[in-house]
Design a protein around this ligand. Structure first.
Ligand SMILES: Nc1ncnc2c1ncn2[C@@H]1O[C@H](COP(=O)(O)OP(=O)(O)OP(=O)(O)O)[C@@H](O)[C@H]1O
Ligand SMILES: [Mg+2]
Length: 424
């Protein structure tokens, strides 16, 4: 678990032969590296209005304070957090609070670009550099000159590209692929990962010198389940924005509904919360979200909730009964989901309802067994697409987890998402 203290980590390293003086930004450049005070309400409002960064938790308040400190400098920043925790929002806020705010901000997802072309995408290429390089092409670093480049999923960057990135971080210098001329750019680098980079360094998949340089300022964004106090504010904000945009009259959430939202595990973090709020509002037609209707979308999360301490006002017997009940509900949910997957495979074109209390408990034989000359039109592609969608849905949109479950690389998953134009 990340403590609030970890979130405020701004460290300067002199580890394994990297001398402090190699890090050009000094403490003086950044003012103090200690968190003196938490943001004033006006400052918080600015982050909400300008950068869409909401939250009342200690974690978010400290993140805002660190952004204020690092934004005016050129120091590289490493953002660490699970999928959907707000790494891109924070990166944009750093750019927005810096003198580079009117210059380009370029997002590069290192996991989504095929390894073979990542280098030419980043640094550009000269004519004839490789088959198909019919002309000169500027890379993202040249295009971002004067601004900021956000390298998402930096842990997926191949080792040879990492050494070129290190050179740019140290002196702004690079060469286009196939070129011989050294070029210079002024680009601030913000990197993000949801991978344990220390472990990647140990496995020699990530350069230790690049890691130390990036890790000089790190901001850890804790998962949503560890900052429950943000959930109400975020839910209200997402509901308001969505209803305003879609002209929906929404009756709001009951206290019990908020409690359910606060105790859910949220593997896909803020992104998942936002999607969930929006679909609940649409499917419930703006009605008040209460304990009953919310359970159609957020089934009892047995695995997360069984670790919860027994509330004092409940007797151990009552708590035990509730645990058994929640385990049974969970089991029921999984059986219904399995049925749904099987039926989706058999009747791919048919719109099946999502899990809900209205879901039929049994199916007739005609429904389950396809007729001899029934529709067998589901192709391999359809099946693959459905499997991928299902894995993403089950993992709250987390590509890392979905890829692991599907036993494919994250890069392949990104390619498939693009190929099938999936909404993730
Ligand atoms: N503090 C926040 N306040 C309001 N909305 C937020 C906040 N953090 C994130 N969001 C919203 O959650 C969604 C996911 O955020 P973002 O893309 O920044 O996450 P991420 O960590 O970069 O995810 P990934 O690892 O999948 O790329 C976006 O819709 C974003 O606007
Ligand atoms: Mg992102």
């Amino acid at each position: 678990m990340h403590s609030a203290a970890q979130i405020s980590t701004i460290s300067y390293c002199s580890l394994e032969g990297i001398a402090l003086n190699q890090i050009k930004i000094t403490r003086k450049d950044m003012g103090s590296n200690s968190i003196k005070q938490l943001p004033q309400p006006a400052k918080k409002a600015e982050f909400e209005d300008k950068f869409g960064l909401f939250g009342d938790s200690q974690a978010i308040l400290q993140v805002i304070e660190i952004i204020e400190q690092v934004a005016p400098t050129n120091i590289a920043v490493l953002l660490i957090g699970e999928s959907g925790t707000g790494k891109e929002v924070v990166a944009r806020a750093i750019q927005g609070k810096s003198q580079r705010k009117d210059r380009p901000f370029i997002v590069v997802n290192c996991a989504a670009i095929p390894e073979g072309i990542l280098e030419s995408e980043l640094f550009g290429h000269e004519k004839g550099a490789f088959t198909g390089a019919i002309g000169i092409r500027k890379g993202y670093f040249e295009l971002a000159d004067g601004g900021t480049i956000f390298l998402d999923e930096i842990g997926e960057m191949p080792l040879n590209t990492q050494s070129k990135l290190l050179r740019i971080l140290e002196g702004g210098q690079f060469m286009r692929v196939g070129g011989s001329e050294t070029r210079t750019v002024d680009v601030r680098v913000i990197a993000a990962t949801n991978r344990n980079l220390e472990e990647a360094v140990r496995k020699e998949e990530f350069r230790h010198d690049l890691f130390f340089r990036l890790n000089a300022v790190k901001i850890v964004l804790p998962p949503l389940r560890e900052r429950k106090s943000d959930i109400r504010k975020l839910s209200n904000k997402f509901a308001q924005d969505f209803c305003r945009e879609n002209k929906i009259e929404f009756q709001g959430f009951t206290e019990q509904a908020f409690e359910i939202l606060e105790n859910h595990h949220w593997p896909g973090n803020i992104r998942e919360l936002k999607n969930q709020i929006e679909s609940m509002i649409v499917l419930e037609k703006g009605q008040r979200i209460n304990e009953q209707n919310i359970r159609k979308y957020i089934p009892v999360d047995f695995y997360a909730e069984r670790n919860m301490p027994i509330p004092l006002k409940k007797s151990p017997e009552q708590a035990e009964r509730e645990l058994i009940y929640s385990a049974l509900l969970d089991l029921k949910h999984e059986i219904v989901e399995l049925r749904q997957i099987i039926l989706e495979r058999i009747f791919p074109s048919r719109q099946l309802p999502t899990w809900s209390s209205h879901f039929p408990a049994t199916y007739s034989e005609e429904e389950v067994i396809p007729k001899e000359n029934g529709d067998h039109s589901q192709t391999m592609d359809d099946m693959e697409k459905n499997l991928i969608l299902e894995a993403l849905r089950r993992n709250g949109g987390s590509k890392r987890k979905a890829a692991k479950q599907l036993n494919i690389s994250e890069r392949t998953l990104y390619r498939k998402i693009k190929e099938y134009d999936l909404p993730y």
